[in-house]
Design a protein around this ligand. Structure first.
Ligand code: ZN
Length: 466
């Protein structure tokens, strides 16, 4: 056996006695009270080590002297939680509004929204470019998941949609979407027959594409889910499930004309039965309560007092006129119907949540949806979810946990944990105590981009000059 020379032992001894080198991170956040959204707890006295866009360490402050960084954020008396997800937004209004749409991106960040699910419009190529540039760090904005163009019937309601008038239109439509590398499929069902609608869902399922959207008012929810529908946007289509004559009303193909009778015959027990039947964690419902509230109140609103209105480009403000005119021309009966529908819709949220359906927080902000401002509208949506009976913790989970779950990305988002994305917001007040505290944003960290209070302010200010 070879003997090691004595100087080797001395060397080993010297190395062993050296003070251990500190582990270095690109960014250290110290003294943080971490909000564990899944557990509904505050974990005080934490330090978070970040390299590039990933959380590499979450430890107690007692071990702080083992770590170092050239960039340290002291989050003393502040709360750190995952960045928000707005799971229903739009970019649209035609190519002439591309830049104005792009200017909305910083508004999301300014409100702590670090990821958005774009539900389709008519400037898909631009949105896809932004998506890729943001992922590569070449453009500041929230991470984007997009449906690309919506699918609709032969006579689409929204510009930019792909029309599906017959069975043969389905494969090429889905090939276009696959070619664009969209993240999921959105169906808008203004002129789709139930039969064609089911076939689209079936085809998406076969190709492994996630599919959500509206349900034709004459279609059957349960059948759609059986064919593979992953989610439903808005709550109005559920109302007829709570009517004993819902089936026959749907078959009459009355469209929105069915709702007076649906509400007259509305039965809460039937609503519960339907929810139980749809109950699955793999089924996603995006209530979009805030946009409904704004649309109801449009005629009586004074948007000139909105601090965010000056940040919206003039072209986008012009797109607000359609809904505004609709609201001004609405009859008293029409107004009452909307109010009654809204009450019933809101009453569905808590039972759905309790039944295990995955609720997604989404604002429906974007052009055409008047005065529903990017970023701020998601805060309002969270507050309304709490009004329906969810706790602040549950409401937050519909944004930061359910959003990634829809895409099977729970591993990378939804918590302040090792291996997850460093998309964080720093708050001065605890949102688990009061959901309004989500507005107390002090800092946003999105990977290597750090937005302190003054940078967040300038994200808003810079819009004013355009
Ligand atoms: Zn929408």
């Amino acid at each position: 056996m070879n003997k090691l020379p004595t100087y080797c032992f001395i060397l080993i001894l010297m190395v062993a006695c050296q003070p251990k080198a500190k582990e270095k991170f690109d960014l250290l956040i110290i003294n943080a009270s971490v909000i564990d959204v899944a557990g509904g707890k505050v974990l005080p006295g934490k330090l978070i080590g970040i390299n590039k866009d990933t959380i590499q360490l979450v430890a107690n402050m007692a071990s702080a002297d083992r770590y170092a960084s050239d960039q340290i954020i002291d989050a003393k008396e502040k709360f750190v939680m995952p960045g928000l997800w707005d799971n229903h937004v739009h970019f649209r209004g035609g190519d002439s509004l591309t830049d104005e749409n792009k200017n909305l991106l910083p508004l999301f960040i300014a409100h702590g929204v670090t990821t958005i699910r774009d539900m389709g419009g008519d400037i898909s190529q631009s949105v896809l470019q932004w998506r890729n540039k943001i992922r590569e760090g070449q453009l500041a904005g929230p991470n984007i998941f997009t449906s690309g163009p919506k699918l609709d019937g032969a006579d689409p309601f929204w510009a930019g949609s792909i029309a599906i008038g017959k069975l043969e239109d389905i494969p090429p439509a889905l090939e276009v979407l696959e070619g664009l590398k969209v993240d999921f499929v959105k169906i808008y069902a203004s002129s789709l027959s139930p039969e064609l609608y089911y076939r689209i869902i079936e085809a998406c399922e076969k190709r492994g594409l996630k599919v959500t959207g509206h349900i034709p008012l004459s279609a059957d929810h349960f059948e759609a889910v059986e064919f593979g529908l992953d989610g439903v946007e808005h709550l109005f289509s559920f109302l007829s499930l709570a009517s004993p004559i819902g089936d026959s009303l749907r078959q009459l193909n009355l469209g929105f004309g069915m709702f007076p009778q649906v509400l007259e015959t509305y039965d809460e027990d039937l609503a519960k039965d339907a929810i139980a039947k749809l109950s699955s964690e793999d089924f996603y419902v995006t209530p979009t309560l805030y946009v409904s509230q704004v649309i109801m109140q449009l005629a009586d609103m004074d948007p000139t007092v909105d601090s965010l209105l000056p940040l919206i480009g003039p072209g986008i403000q012009k797109t607000y006129e359609r809904r505004l005119k609709q609201a001004q021309n609405r009859s008293p009966e029409g107004k009452q119907l909307m109010l009654d529908m809204d009450i019933r819709e809101r009453s569905l949220v808590l039972p759905m949540f309790q039944a295990g359906i995955t609720i997604l927080a989404g604002s429906d902000c974007g052009p055409s949806n008047s005065y529903v401002y990017p970023g701020a509208a998601l805060h309002s949506e969270l507050a309304l979810l709490v009004e329906t009976g969810l706790t602040p913790q549950q409401a937050l989970s519909t944004s930061v946990i359910s959003g990634p779950k829809f895409f099977g990305l729970d591993k990378y988002y939804g918590g302040i944990e090792v291996g997850k994305m460093a998309h964080l917001i720093v708050l001065t007040r605890n949102p688990l105590e009061d959901i309004e505290n989500i507005g107390s944003i002090n800092m946003v960290v999105k990977g290597e981009n750090i937005y302190d209070k003054s940078k967040l302010m300038s994200l808003k200010a810079s819009r004013k000059t355009q």
